[in-house]
Structure formats: structure tokens, C-alpha cells
Design a protein around this ligand. Sequence first.
Ligand code: NDP
Ligand code: HSE
Length: 445
Amino acid sequence: MTDYRRLRVALLGAGAVGSQVASLLQQHADELADRAGARLELVGIAVRDVDAPRDADLPRELLTTDAESLIVGADIVIELLGGIEPARTYLLQAINSGADVVTANKALLATHGPEIFDAADQVGAEVYYEAAAAGAIPIIRPLRDSLAGDRVQRIMGIVNGTTNYILDRMDTEGADFADVLADAQRLGYAEADPTADVEGYDAAQKAAILASLAFHTTVPLDAVHREGITAIDKSMMDAARHAGYVIKLLAVCERLTGDEPRPSSSGEAAYRDAISVRVYPALVDRAHPLASVHGANNAVFVQAEAAGNLMFYGAGAGGVQTASAVLGDVVSAARRHIAGGVGVGESTLANLPIVPIGRVTTRYQITLEVDDEPGVLATVAGTLSDGRVSIASLEQTVVGEDARTARLVIGTHKALEQDLSETVDRLAASGVVERVVSVLRVEGD
Ligand code: NDP
Ligand code: HSE
């Protein structure tokens, strides 16, 4: 057996992910040593309750409630606590005491990333966070390293497994949102409080992380436009299917071309070299690779200027799956620690402006219930035309027993979000529209 240098590894957290990381570190110790060029010695595992039951069989003597003592003298600190505090304080302590750090904590990086990266820069340490977006899927390293010589144009990600599971079952089984959410909770995909998933907060954190990397720009969480999936119902699913689409919660990170239209009501200049970061349920053509992402899986579709289209697919969560990404980071951290030198900091040199949602252009599908009377279609078409929204397709069906209501499903060409929303408001107030059933963006072209 090679006599490798020993690196002291402190693990903070032994929950779903941490317990698997601890277990794999021990099971594969020899292999990991060969790959890292150092023996990774797990010196302790910080938890809240040393007597709590664990998913893996962990040596009792490694468990401690004293995280701070564990951090002192560690070469690598793995933070798998979750949440902001005390994770933030511990990570900063680890960095300042000379450790490289590995974290899967998207909530922390999306809110305090710059503070943590700056602290690492100051001391030449490195922060690894492959598991912080899309779990087991390698996407951080491809964006940070493999595509560093290219220009990323757009990322469309299914980055939340819980909502993909819910939407997929609503699509494939015609199930109701509330029933599938209850199943997702029973299966452990969704928390007892599902807000972070179903309202898009979790996806927004991941979008902020991915966009920061892709566009070399600090993307604060509050610059990410966020909508969840709670308004999606069976009739919207049916309408999407009928039109050849599936509804997915997407994280869209996009570089604007500068050719987008400007709001008709303002004299603002076009945005050149700006970005948009948004999370919302969108219609995706069934032929698009993202449409075939089923169950709780994640996928990230990247469009880059030179590389073209790339798709990264797999498990976005799960203890052992996420542990794989964490351990990859631990091996990288160990190699760097052995080689020495200063860590590669985050590249935020571009710092592109982030445009508000009103300046985004996409296609839309607008579903309206209108009075089935002469002239109604002309009023609707005129209102759309006045609002600079161009109709690409239109389907009318008669609904209701009295046959006096028509349902219009209008597909638009690309339109500016601000124009579109003002136009929908005018349609709603026009007197001919009984109900705006839904307005969904169409993504993926
Ligand atoms: P868990 O809630 O399962 O585990 C958290 C662990 O941290 C527990 O062992 C807990 O101790 C410990 N802990 C919490 N607070 C403290 C504290 N103040 N002091 C000491 N120990 C503490 O979390 P997960 O393993 O699910 O998630 C860990 C991280 O990984 C999170 O940032 C999460 O977002 C991220 N992640 C998780 C994924 C998943 O599938 N679970 C997927 C991708 C990322 P005790 O056990 O004693 O309560
Ligand atoms: N709650 C997340 C999801 C898991 O459903 O994808 C980890 O980010």
C-alpha cells in the first residue's frame, strides 16, 4: 500500500447526504487515496444529536456536537448541514483556518456566495460545490471549467426533482396536483412544508448558482424571477398535451442578444450583453430533450456558442447520489491541497446587468374564455395587435351547455413580457373576455 500523506477531513452533518459521504469515505478509503494522492482521514462528524438514528452505520466515536473544534486543524471541511447558520459561520471559520471546503448548500451559496468566495480568495483556499445544483449531475465543473473557453448563451434546467415528479404524474396519469403532492411527501421527495419546492425557491437558488457560473456574473437571488407550480391544474395539463407540449418547471438563464424588442411605452435602449435569470412553469415541445425528463430526475440543457447544445441528465437529489458529487469534490480538494498553490476563485469579471422579467421575450400560449358573439374574435385580435403581440396559431372550441362561451387558445410569436402582460390586462378588461384561463410561456426554441 502506498504511503500517502494524510489529509484531515472534517464532516459537518450526517443526515441524508452526510451519512452516505461518511460511509463511502470509509468503504472506499484505499481507492480514494489512490485517486486523490492522499489518504483522506475522516477525523470527526459534527451533528446535533450524537444518539439520533443514522442512514448509515457510522463509528460512534467520530460523532460530536462540537463542530468548531473539528474545524480547527482540518485540511478539508465538508459542510452538509443545510440552511444559512451555523453553516455560513463554520464555512468561514474553515476557510480562515486554512482548509479547502466542500459544500452542497445551495441556499447558502445563493445568498452568501460572494462573501464565502471572497473569504476563500483572501487566503487562497478553494470552495467546491458540485452538489449544490442538480445533485449528482456534474454541471458545476462543466460550466466552471469545461466551458470556460466558450460563451454560454442559454441554460434551461429542470433542477427540482419534486416539482418534476408532480408535473410528470399530472401529465402522464392525469392526476391532481394535491394528490401527487401528497404522494411526493409520502415518498420523501417533498418536505412536510413543500413551499421551497412547489413555489420555485429551491430552483431559483440553483438558477442563481448556474447563471453566476455560466455568465461570469454575480447573480443575487432577488434578481431571479420566480414563479411556482401551484397554479397548474389538470385543464392546463390537458391543453398543453393537446397542443403538443408538456409543462415543466424550468430554470432559464439566458444571455440577451440585444435584438430583443423594447417596451413600446418607453424610450429605453436595447440591452446588449445582459442576462435574464428566471424560474417558472413553461410549455416545452414534446420533441425537446427536456420533455422526456420523467419522475424526480433533473436535466440541464446548455446552449453554448461554439459547443452547441449539451444535455446533462440524472438524479438531482438522494443521499447516496448526492454523496457521489460531494466525494468528487473532496478528491479535487485533496489533489489541490497536495499540489499546493492558490485556489481558482470564482470568475465574476463580466458582471453583466440582469434584466427584469418585463424585458424578456418568449412565445406564449394564452387561453381565454370569451363570449361566443360576432366581433369578439376581431376585438381579441385587435387588442393583441395593438399590444404588439403577433398571433402564430389560434384554436377555438365551444364550451358550456348553453354554447355561448368559446375557448380560445392563442399561440403567439415571440413577444416582450411587458407588452404581453399589459395586453392580457387589456383583454381581461375588454368586456368580451369572460375569463383569462392561463398564460404560459413557451420555452425551448
Ligand atoms: P439533513 O437534514 O438530512 O441533515 C443535516 C445534518 O446536519 C444532520 O446530520 C444534522 O444533525 C446536522 N446539523 C444540522 N444543524 C446542525 C448544527 N447546528 N450543528 C451540528 N449539526 C447540525 O440534510 P441533507 O443531508 O438532506 O442535506 C445536506 C445539504 O445537502 C443541504 O445543504 C442540502 O440542500 C444539500 N442537498 C441535499 C440533497 C438531498 O437529496 N438530500 C440533494 C442536493 C443537495 P442531526 O442528524 O443530529 O440532526
Ligand atoms: N428538494 C430538492 C428537489 C432536492 O426536489 O429537487 C435537493 O435540491
